[in-house]
Design a protein around this ligand. Structure first.
Ligand SMILES: Nc1ncnc2c1ncn2[C@@H]1O[C@H](COP(=O)(O)OP(=O)(O)OP(=O)(O)O)[C@@H](O)[C@H]1O
Ligand SMILES: [Mg+2]
Length: 392
């Protein structure tokens, strides 16, 4: 009876949990992002020059950036486009140039298997055919991101479609790679090729990236700040998969879930998962099950989101966050400084570091607030235990 296959419908008592409480995994029902996706689809249809062909998604951890990028990639593929997708890390340019784009060209370029004088060696094309063989052998042209993208886009253009370049987790450490990618895309835009670009990252990571030189292309991209989704959408995201699998969610359960989720997409999946798991054999998920599910979801969020994040910070930075957690809303820097017993100058340094790490964000003058959903609740429930974690 332990066979929990994805099979739907009658049969076994226990069906597979439809929710996806894991980062980067497409949810059973994607909600609240139709505006972004529509703009993107329109841009693909509109042709070169459409502003929506360069999009940048920012948002807090778990707000659904990766999932939205994946949805944009799916939309492009459905429109017949090819997708070159990378996650930011050093060497991602090489990955594109040495693996991803050549693989796409091998598969789609009708000339990919021609003689050495053709193929992707675009820059050699100007030489006379007769002399080419020896010339290319002595002066091998290393393909660049720009030349490969251009060739792939030309191949696609002949079939009436294009190429999407997608970059997840954009941040400053990969600025050189990103600059080259952005310049290649920009060049394709200028030559009216059917190319689109989507990227995602944490807000301050993206800000830092845009502030460096020669990032004009990215600065001009259409920027969408992803935030919480509406309760009506959350309700759909919960009910849809539950009802599709033959169970129901009581009104009390839905209300409890909505209060806990507050529109945060990662929590939709986490709470959804626990709602389903509370008592899988019951047909209806009731209020009691929901209360339990919410508590379990919060603990799980602590383990997979908050604790790893806090573990990456210094003890001082954690103290700063603990001091902030005493406030119900935004915190005043001067207050935090006095709670910690440090100078304002000192507190400003913590502040800057935590903002750069996308853990907190500036709010009005001199105030800061948490940029990670439910971090305050987590800190309140987990006062410091480390020896250097004393807070006044
Ligand atoms: N629009 C949405 N509707 C329903 N669930 C969503 C939505 N967006 C994201 N999720 C769910 O939330 C979780 C987090 O999404 P995702 O991994 O895309 O976040 P992220 O912003 O990329 O986070 P990180 O900054 O850590 O990379 C996933 O389980 C995903 O299925
Ligand atoms: Mg992500």
């Amino acid at each position: 009876m332990g066979n929990l296959s994805a099979q739907e419908g009658q049969g076994g008592e226990e069906r597979r949990n439809p929710f996806t409480p894991t980062f980067g995994v497409t949810p059973p029902e994607l909600v609240g992002r139709s505006e972004e996706l529509e703009s993107f689809r329109d841009a693909l249809a509109e042709g070169p020059g459409s502003p929506g062909r360069a999009m940048l998604f920012t948002g807090a951890r778990g707000m659904g950036k990766t999932v939205l990028l994946n949805a944009a990639e799916d939309a492009a593929q459905q429109a017949g486009w090819l997708v070159a997708s990378v996650t930011s890390r050093r060497g991602m340019r090489d990955e594109l140039v040495q693996t991803i784009l050549p693989a796409l060209l091998l598969q789609h370029d009708p000339q990919a298997h021609g003689s050495t004088t053709t193929g992707v060696n675009v820059s050699a094309a100007g030489f006379g055919i007769g002399a080419t063989k020896e010339t290319t052998a002595r002066y091998e042209v290393t393909p660049s991101f720009r030349s490969l993208l251009e060739r792939l886009a030309e191949v696609q253009m002949e079939r009436g479609s294009g190429v999407l370049v997608s970059v997840d987790e954009a941040h400053r450490a990969v600025v050189d790679d990103l600059r080259e990618i952005a310049q290649g895309v920009q060049h394709a835009f200028r030559t009216n090729l059917d190319v689109a670009f989507v990227a995602a990252g944490l807000p301050s990571a993206v800000d830092a990236l845009l502030n460096v030189d020669a990032m004009t292309f990215l600065r001009r991209a259409e920027r969408f700040a992803l935030g919480a989704v509406r309760d009506s959408e959350v309700a759909r995201a919960l009910r849809g998969p539950i009802e599709a699998a033959g169970r129901t969610l009581s009104t009390a359960a839905l209300d409890a879930a909505l209060v806990a989720i507050q529109g945060y997409p990662f929590f939709v999946q986490l709470v959804g998962y626990e709602l389903w798991a509370a008592q899988p054999s019951s047909r209806e998920i009731d209020g009691d099950q929901a209360e339990r599910a919410v508590r379990r979801a919060a603990r799980r969020a602590g383990r997979v989101l908050h604790e790893p994040l806090l573990a990456d910070l210094s003890g001082r930075d954690r103290d700063f966050l603990q001091a902030m957690a005493q406030d119900d809303g935004a915190s005043r820097l001067s207050e935090i400084a006095s709670r910690l017993g440090v100078t304002l100058n000192h507190a400003s340094q913590y502040r800057a570091r935590l903002i750069a790490a996308d853990v907190i964000e500036p709010h009005q003058h001199g105030q800061v607030r948490f940029a990670v959903p439910f971090l305050r609740d987590h800190l309140r429930q987990h006062p410091p235990t480390s020896p250097d974690g004393e807070v006044s």
